[in-house]
Design a protein around this ligand. Structure first.
Ligand SMILES: C[S@@+](CC[C@H](N)C(=O)[O-])C[C@H]1O[C@@H](n2cnc3c(N)ncnc32)[C@H](O)[C@@H]1O
Length: 425
């Protein structure tokens, strides 16, 4: 099989001229750059001739990114090396995606997996491996051919886009120049790749099948669309923690969220709990029925979902110019390294959904994130009964004072020491 990919490498880059392929690469780059955090580490699985890092280099600006490009074909990697040797943040390795990938769990913020899944022996097994390599909240960008794709549709889409949106002399000249290579790509697709799919050695999947496959591996799919002239399914998904599937078949998951619509859902839950159910905050201060404040922009936001509905949330405030919310009322011990400290705040679950199980799911999510990002301490304040519950589950807590009045309730200010080893931030 690698003989085929080594041969395909000779003409593969003709596809770079195709406008629908450029669109696919640009959408992938946008999804990767949407990731929050100072430095983004990316795994490009089945990288081919390195067109993803080349496109990323054109748009990443000052963003710090590092990518590991892996592929089983030597010829594909040789081409990739020629194109990326001047990009110090790109590393190339020959690896077979049918085998375990020798990297530590939670090593990457994003996995890019474009048109390679279909060629693998066991796509499910490889997706499990990619899930292991992603951090909690990490992004999977995946493209895979639909059943019975017609290569001619991709070419038709190219000519349609060329004449309607991108008619330049350069594009016309490149199209004419690459026509023979397009023909060779079309022949390889028609007489090799498609035949492998008919023999069920290659896995072409419709949107629903691909979504289902990805979901069962512990991802939440939040975007799907057809690209490449309608021949490819393109999806973006986030790694979630699946906590339980209850007997009435409800699935409880937690997720790190940052997209505006997910943040809105969180702020609405907070409004419901803090303004309506508990009356800690005045609902008149939140005419849009979303409770948020200046610390949200500095926070890691966790959503607790029952099936698809957000029923709870929690945030970990990071150190910033706005300091910690906790520090407005309580003194943070000076010896703590603030870059490894978070302020655990706004933990809440809708009335009727509350219980130990939900609380533990939110704690597991935040502990996972803290472990992956080298956080060693939390500051938080909570009612005495909750602090006692935290002792009962083995937390190491330092109480900073006795109970104090805070927002119409009585709380104990605490520092929690996390047991994980500090790792790189
Ligand atoms: C159609 S190309 C896609 C390349 C690239 N992702 C892109 O979008 O331009 C498929 C790639 O998957 C690679 N591939 C196929 N089977 C593989 C395997 N078992 N392990 C690693 N790479 C594999 C091929 O060598 C080829 O480079």
């Amino acid at each position: 099989m690698s003989r085929f990919w080594n041969f395909y490498a000779q003409c593969y880059d003709a596809l770079r001229v195709l406008l629908p392929y450029q669109e696919l690469l640009q959408k992938t780059v946008r999804a990767v750059l949407a990731h929050r955090g100072e430095k983004i580490s990316v795994l490009d699985a089945g990288c081919g001739t390195g067109n993803f890092p080349v496109t990323l280099a054109e748009s990443k600006g000052e963003r710090e990114v590092e990518t590991l490009e892996i592929d089983a074909s030597t010829a594909m990697l040789q081409r990739a090396n020629k194109k990326t040797c001047k990009l110090p943040w790109v590393r190339l390795r020959e690896m077979n995606l049918d085998n375990p990938i020798p990297r530590e769990s939670s090593s990457f913020d994003c996995v890019v997996f474009l048109n390679a899944l279909y060629a693998l022996k066991d796509p499910e097994k490889t997706l499990t491996e990619l899930h292991r390599l992603l951090k909690f909240g990490g992004t999977l960008v995946l493209a895979n051919p639909r059943k019975n794709p017609k290569v001619s549709d991709a070419f038709k889409a190219h000519f349609r886009d060329l004449f309607t949106k991108h008619l330049t002399l350069r594009n016309l000249a490149r199209t004419a120049l690459y026509l023979p290579a397009f023909l060779l790509v079309a022949i390889l697709n028609r007489f090799f790749i498609k035949k492998q799919a008919i023999r069920k050695r290659y896995h072409f999947l419709e949107t629903e099948e691909l979504v289902q496959l990805v979901k069962t591996q512990g991802f939440r799919v939040y975007t799907t669309e057809l690209l490449y002239g309608g021949t490819d399914v393109f999806l973006i998904a986030s790694k979630v923690l699946v906590h339980s599937t209850t007997k009435d078949a409800d699935t409880i998951t937690t997720e790190i969220v940052s997209r505006p619509e997910d943040l809105d859902a969180i702020y609405q839950v907070r409004h419901q709990v803090y303004c309506i159910e508990e009356g800690y905050l005045d609902p008149n201060d939140y005419s849009d029925q979303k409770e948020s404040d200046i610390w949200d922009q500095h926070s890691v936001q966790i959503a607790l979902r029952k099936n698809d509905r957000v029923i709870g949330t929690f945030r970990l405030i990071r150190d910033s110019v706005d300091d910690f919310l906790f520090a407005k009322t309580f003194a943070i011990p000076a010896h703590l390294d603030r870059s490894r400290l978070v302020d655990g705040s706004r933990m809440c679950v809708l009335k009727g959904e509350r219980g130990k199980r939900m609380l533990l799911a939110l704690i597991a999510a935040s502990d996972t994130w803290c472990e992956e990002h080298g956080v060693t301490h939390w500051c938080f304040s909570a009612p005495r009964r909750l602090v006692d519950f935290y002792y009962s589950i083995g937390w190491q807590i330092q109480e900073l004072s006795g109970s104090v009045e805070y927002h119409h309730t009585t709380v104990v200010p605490c520092i929690r020491t996390l047991k994980n080893k500090p790792c790189s931030l």
